[in-house]
Design a protein around this ligand. Sequence first.
Ligand SMILES: NC(=O)c1ccc[n+]([C@@H]2O[C@H](COP(=O)([O-])OP(=O)(O)OC[C@H]3O[C@@H](n4cnc5c(N)ncnc54)[C@H](OP(=O)(O)O)[C@@H]3O)[C@@H](O)[C@H]2O)c1
Length: 200
Amino acid sequence: MHIALIGATGYVGGEFARQIETRGYRLTTIGRSNCDIYSVDSLSKRLTDVAPDAVINCAGYTGKPNVDACELDKMNCLSGNAVLPGVIREACESLGIPWGHVSSGCIFTGTRDDGAGFTESDTPNFSYRQNNCSWYSGIKALGVEILTEAQKCCIWRLRIPFSNFDSPRNYLSKVQRYENLLESENSRYLGRIENAPEND
Ligand SMILES: NC(=O)c1ccc[n+]([C@@H]2O[C@H](COP(=O)([O-])OP(=O)(O)OC[C@H]3O[C@@H](n4cnc5c(N)ncnc54)[C@H](OP(=O)(O)O)[C@@H]3O)[C@@H](O)[C@H]2O)c1
């Protein structure tokens, strides 16, 4: 298995890279430093040269120190989280390569109208279409909308990732460093056991 990883320099991408290598898969990293990833032609050419079995996109603009900063850098947020997935989609579909896109659970807020947690097929309710979303969440929702009906595409919606190494993006690091912690329900158990496959 040979995986081309876009965004390997980030927190989430770094963890994907570690997992890929731990599993003994071949890894090729692609990013802004070695490819014009916003050009369908350049990205397609790079992918043709690399010839991966799959592509994983972990690139995305998250703002520093946190997503609130996206309000001050709207263009970067738009390009990294909505334009880029569309370009990767076009390149991967033209070459028939399966790919995965790291999105975010922040495109949902609260619970469904029936009080249940959201499922994969629910429409984001924290977007420009409804509720008063942040720029980051609205753009992440747009980035998913751009992938509607995408072929051979898997979307992962992370919410609060944590891992066993220190990083400003690691929830466990944040809990130890932040002066104030928000106590609030962030996501709800989906309660979809009836339909879930045994290994879900
Ligand atoms: N960390 C979290 O808590 C969290 C939670 C939910 C979802 N996510 C999602 O996970 C993905 C990765 O987040 P992360 O925490 O790993 O962020 P990160 O540590 O800031 O890494 C961002 C990655 O994306 C690239 N990047 C940044 N801005 C870009 C832009 N405008 N255009 C193209 N590439 C850009 C960076 O590459 P360079 O080296 O070129 O800068 C880097 O590889 C994002 O899509 C984010 O929305 C993260």
